[in-house]
Write a protein that binds this ligand. Structure first.
Ligand code: NAD
Length: 321
């Protein structure tokens, strides 16, 4: 079995490789060649931790495995390690033998940023120039950095519940040579692309704070009860997702579907747009919304890519297992 420790991931994985892996597996999902297993997520009653598994099988890429991990809120204070902890295990689909164990922390951020980037590549207007960020935490930095590569953006605007965190966004914008402006939510009508990546449990953005022609990637809602946008926005938008079953249960669409504002059949897979089976955006006036719930196959795809890179560079640790 091969082991790729967390400490090696930053030097191995690139945003480009994460984008390619995620785009490919979204397409395989829509083609019916890859499927995700139901998500398990449990409050384990110890250290206030949320622990779970996301897994799947990609028949096209021959990737089988799972990501195990979750959120330990006391980690930083007690142990000096980050609160989100995860590990990916890959299995040989021909034999079931464990094939690789890969640190999943940085990979999670990279694959999540890759998902919204893939949605921007395929759904945003080609002349998008202003990107609006809602959320300014750990993931937001990765999201913005990756998104800026998708269009010729000229300006970053951002809102966050905790304004002192907006410097995270400003730093990324400055690194990319772009101006940053802290704004009110009403100013989001100036954005051509919006990414929301918060841990909110209530709608932040109202339907009339999004202009016609905008692409919005809702990335924070990955659990039952979480919410970032007014459910009525989904009635104004063409709605896409990574995995419809997750979108309607743990994604942003759970609220609009729960209120019977949209139905499951109104939601399309982003992979179908990548495959050319769905037209995607049909006019410059459309609002497109990507409900990025985070699927196990994304984790497996980036982990498999990183194992290949680790073998190539001679940094994978081989153990007899
Ligand atoms: P973080 O703790 O670093 O940042 C949290 C962000 O949410 C900050 O901007 C904070 O100001 C904001 N926030 C907190 N409470 C809020 C509230 N009540 N209303 C509005 N904003 C609030 O967290 P992170 O690591 O950046 O993760 C952000 C979210 O992304 C989490 O909900 C996480 O579960 C989710 N996430 C989703 C995926 C996916 O695949 N879709 C992957 C990883 C993380």
């Amino acid at each position: 079995m091969l082991i790729v420790p967390e400490r090696e991931i930053a030097d191995l994985m690139t945003r480009e490789a994460a984008f390619a892996a995620v785009e490919k597996v979204f397409a395989a999902m829509a083609a019916g060649d890859a499927y995700n297993f139901p998500v398990v997520r449990e409050a384990i009653g110890h250290e206030d931790a949320l622990y779970g598994f996301k897994g799947g099988f990609d028949r096209a890429g021959l990737t089988l495995g799972l990501k195990a991990g979750g959120y330990w809120p006391n980690n930083i204070a007690k142990h000096g390690i980050i609160n989100h902890q995860s590990t990916v295990i890959l299995f040989d689909p021909d034999t079931g033998k464990a094939k690789a164990m890969v640190g999943g922390n940085l990979l999670t951020a990279l694959r999540t940023a890759a998902a919204s980037s893939v949605s921007i590549r395929h759904l945003a207007r080609s002349d998008a120039r202003v990107i609006g960020m809602i959320g300014a935490g750990h993931q937001a930095r990765f999201q913005l950095r990756a998104a800026l590569e998708q269009r010729d953006f000229e300006k970053v605007i951002g809102w966050n519940l905790h304004p002192e965190m907006l410097s995270n966004l400003e730093e990324v914008a400055t690194e990319a040579g772009l101006p940053f402006e802290a704004v009110q939510l009403d100013d989001m009508t100036r954005a051509d692309v919006i990414i929301s990546i918060t841990s909110s449990f209530d709608a932040i953005l109202s339907a009339d704070q999004v202009a016609a022609g905008t692409h919005i990637a809702c990335m924070g809602t990955d659990t039952k009860g979480k919410q970032e946008v007014d459910p009525r926005l989904l009635t104004r938008a063409q709605v896409f997702t990574d995995e419809v079953a997750q979108s309607v249960t743990i994604g942003e669409a759970q609220h609009a579907v729960g209120q019977s504002l949209v139905s499951e059949s109104d939601i399309a897979q982003l992979g179908a747009v990548i495959n050319g089976a769905h037209p995607g955006r049909t006019s410059d006036a459309d609002i497109t919304l990507f409900d990025g719930t985070g699927v196990g196959l994304q984790d497996l795809a980036v982990a498999a890519a990183v194992v290949d890179l680790a073998v190539e560079r001679g940094v994978a640790i081989e153990v007899d297992f």
